[in-house]
Ligand binder design. Structure first.
Ligand SMILES: [Zn+2]
Length: 325
């Protein structure tokens, strides 16, 4: 099977990542499906070399260079395949990882959230101003949630929605999307300042990583814009601490913060085998993943003295954590 057929098969079977492990004699491939790695699939050394070279070429990488890490982007319109491709030289040869990107964002209703969270997010996008943060570790699906909200906002069609991303992966009709580019000075901070001059109603920020970005984001929120952003933290309480660290004051949070969603992806266990692995679930034991998490939502403003240290746990809504599908 050639590289293109292999990627199509991985895509059809729901893989998010294809790993190619080089070795002079025994190279192999593994796929990640629903967060789990499949078994090693052996590949002939000559085939591995051909695939890596061909995929590098198609991803606009320098095929003559095998001794430095490279990254690129692959797009096969006829197969609907979009992928981010990265290589790294290892002691066994050049390894490659292909991250397959679904061509459409997953609709909000299909992310798997409990009804309370889904209803809150649906209500949230009708707000005219305030700051809402989606948080979670790497691979928690927070960007997917942000994109699902962008899609919902585009469907409403009654406001100017601007989205700053690093980089844009899903093109959403009706949303003004831009990829930031720090080497040229187009950062999240300068991007937010620029879009504020473009008559926006809703501003989406791919990730708040530094104090200047946090500052312009919260200021945009309390000057009459709905700002939706992700932050990289594990929980609601950690997010509040992180915002304080980034220089946001308690008063500013009270004025501007609408809420925080701290999410994770949970496995949906295969009904046929109860998670033990069977042909129906490709021996993975799971048939998919669903998002869920803890939610703090304060649409009417909450005065929280000493927050988060004295946070009333009662105002954070915790869902079930072991879904079965
Ligand atoms: Zn099964």
């Amino acid at each position: 099977m050639g590289g293109e057929a292999l990627l199509k098969q991985a895509f059809i079977q729901g893989a998010s990542d294809v790993h190619l492990f080089s070795h002079p004699y025994t190279p192999f491939m593994r796929w990640r499906i629903h967060g789990k790695l499949t078994d090693r699939m052996p590949i002939k050394p000559i085939e591995m070399h051909q695939w890596v070279s061909r995929l590098k070429l198609q991803s606009n990488m320098d095929i003559s260079q095998q001794l430095v890490p490279q990254d690129g982007y692959l797009h096969w319109p006829e197969s609907g395949i979009h992928a981010r491709v990265a290589t790294i030289p290892t002691v066994h040869g050049e390894d490659m990882v292909i991250r397959l990107i679904p061509s459409q964002p997953i609709p909000l209703q299909q992310l798997g959230f409990d009804a309370t969270i889904e209803a809150t997010l649906t209500e949230l996008i009708h707000r005219d101003h305030g700051f809402f943060v989606i948080t979670g570790p790497t691979g928690s699906g927070k960007s997917a949630t942000l994109m699902a909200l962008a899609h919902e906002l585009a469907q409403l069609g009654n406001r100017v929605v601007v989205s700053l991303e690093d980089p844009v992966e899903h093109v959403i009709m009706g949303v003004r999307q831009s990829s930031i580019h720090p080497p040229t000075g187009f950062t999240y901070e300068s991007g937010i300042k620029a879009v504020l001059r473009l008559d926006p109603d809703v501003i989406m920020v791919g990730e708040i990583r530094d104090a200047p970005t946090a500052r312009v984001a919260i200021e945009a929120a309390y000057t009459g814009h709905l700002v939706l952003a992700t932050v990289h933290t594990p929980s609601v309480v950690a997010t509040v601490r992180r915002l304080y660290q980034l220089g946001i004051t308690e008063l500013e949070l009270e004025e501007g913060l609408l809420g925080i969603l701290a999410q994770r992806l949970y496995p949906i266990y295969c009904k046929a085998c109860d998670g033990n692995g069977c042909p129906k679930c490709q021996e993975l034991g799971i048939t998919g993943r669903c998002a869920n998490g803890e939610l703090l939502y304060m649409p009417h403003g909450t005065h929280f003295l000493g927050f988060p240290n004295q946070l009333n746990e009662g105002i954070i809504w915790h869902p079930r954590t072991h879904p079965h599908g």
